[in-house]
Write a protein that binds this ligand. Structure first.
Ligand SMILES: Cc1ncc(COP(=O)(O)O)c(C=O)c1O
Length: 464
């Protein structure tokens, strides 16, 4: 399929066995040369993309419900983003905002300030990735408060550089043989309403998770006046697409206020319109002191943003910087991305997200292995379980659904958490594409559901 026939509508078209011959060659070369630390789920070798479609090196077309790990917010190669990148690349590629000025740094900051989830004025720091945005937030929190400790949550993912990795509590492999971490980080439980103790009230459980910090952690191990910040994802991304209940966020905010602790909302995955609002924390009305962003902000160009209330960003020249951070081409891509998001894509995420959720929620009654369908906008998770009663984790079954069955049908999904299928498509998908993806996912779930119920014997015969 030629580039110009890749349109923003339509679905997959698989012509070869997967991987095809060219993909096999590319994977061989990759195996020879490329770091084995990456976690490739399936053998997709991408060549070009347009909208929600990706074509591989053998001419197979896939419908992309992963969006490069929730990055291509405006779809692949949105024409307005491409034009902005091309124009900027022909004018000025690099100058280094660390040492020189260019107008667009402040232009983007002003634009972001208007949609910030906390009252202004604001200040903005630019890096090149999510982990750098988090790293900057960690350093700023310590610098501003002059306090050493921070609190983060189990199942959190904040990045892989040493400071951000110290906040991450996602998988042991991410830390294996990398110790010691940055000192001063304490992890506490994050509410997962679906997995709360049986018989507990959902709201009380959420509040209790937050109360644990003040009632236990700040009374037994951390002097509150030495805690700089609490880092949280308003919706845990790599942790399984688990949204923090509003009551939890409100309680965390008041704990922060009582003790002069900064609240950092890591919106690297949940931000930039994915949930139907610019920032996921805006669904709760809770205001953070610092937010971090990356992924969807520049449609795939590398840009990390750390924005804080202006008085918090009181560090002096030399405290922190990056040669490439806020590169002019990335900023041009971000400005074009924000135009598309604000004009249509954020609203579309809400509308198509609700459409998907309505259909998918019926799966909980239909399939024994679907424990829960949850999400906001186009940040949706399907938690796969061995069976509804035990809610036992079903990682292998999840992987089979995602990696094998759905990939072979030409739809790209990723897993997240131990047992969740993640839906993070470009925010510009239409209902037709949503239906195509849902048909493929439901078929895969139904096959695995049958396999599981056959293996478990009678009593598990629910569903198709
Ligand atoms: C919430 C969150 N924070 C930080 C990161 C790290 O971002 P990056 O991979 O761009 O360093 C991620 C990446 O998945 C993330 O989901």
């Amino acid at each position: 399929m030629a580039t110009d026939t890749l349109v923003r509508t339509g679905g997959p078209n698989i012509k070869t066995a997967l991987p095809g011959p060219n993909a096999k060659k590319a994977i061989e070369a990759d195996n020879k040369w490329i770091s084995p630390s990456y976690t490739r789920s399936y053998p997709l070798v991408a060549k070009r993309g347009r909208g929600a479609l990706v074509e591989d090196v053998d001419g197979n077309t896939f419908l992309d419900f992963a969006a490069g790990i929730a990055v291509c917010s405006t779809g692949h190669c949105h024409p307005e983003v491409v034009a902005a990148i091309q124009k900027q690349a022909a004018e000025l590629i690099h100058m280094s905002g660390t040492d020189f000025y260019y107008e667009s740094m402040a232009q983007l900051a002003e634009h972001l300030s208007k949609s910030a989830p906390m009252a202004g004025p604001h200040k903005v720091y630019y890096g090149n990735s999510g982990t750098e945005a988090v790293e900057a937030a960690l350093k700023l929190a310590r610098y501003h408060t002059k306090r050493p400790y921070v609190i983060a949550f189990y199942n959190a993912f904040h990045g892989r550089t040493m400071g951000a990795l110290s906040l991450t509590a996602s998988k042991p492999q991410q830390k294996r043989r990398f110790m010691p971490m940055t000192p001063g980080v304490t992890h506490v439980p994050y509410p997962h309403p679906f997995r709360r103790p049986e018989g507990t009230d959902a709201k009380q459980y959420a509040i209790d998770c937050a109360r644990f910090i003040e009632d236990k952690v700040l009374k037994t191990i951390l002097p509150p006046e030495e805690v700089a910040a609490i880092f949280l994802e308003p919706i845990q991304g790599e942790g399984g697409y688990v949204a923090a209940p509003t009551e939890f966020l409100q309680e965390i905010r008041s704990i922060c206020d009582r003790h002069g602790i900064l609240l950092v909302a890591d919106e690297v995955q949940s931000g930039c319109g994915r949930t139907g609002k610019m920032w996921a924390i805006q669904h709760s009305g809770v205001e953070p002191d610092i937010i971090t962003s990356a992924k969807g902000i520049a449609s795939g160009m590398p840009l990390g943003v750390m924005m804080s209330k202006a008085h918090v960003m009181d560090w002096v020249p030399g405290s922190h910087a990056s040669t490439f951070g806020g590169n002019p081409v990335c900023i041009a891509a971000a400005l074009a991305t924000l135009d598309v998001l604000e004009r249509e894509a954020i609203k579309n995420a809400e509308v198509v997200g609700n459409y998907l959720l309505e259909r998918m929620k019926t799966w909980v009654n239909k399939y024994e292995i679907v424990g829960e369908v949850r999400g906001r906008g186009l940040m949706i998770g399907v938690e796969i379980v061995k069976d509804k009663k035990s809610k036992a984790l079903a990682g292998k079954e999840r992987d089979r659904i995602v990696d094998q069955l759905t990939f072979e049908r030409g739809v790209l999904f990723l897993g997240c958490g131990e047992t969740t299928v993640r839906l993070s498509p470009p925010l510009i998908i239409n209902k037709e594409q949503a239906d195509i993806a849902m048909d493929a996912l439901e078929e895969s779930i139904s096959i695995v559901n049958k396999e599981v119920s056959t293996a478990s014997g009678p009593g598990m015969q629910m569903g198709a």
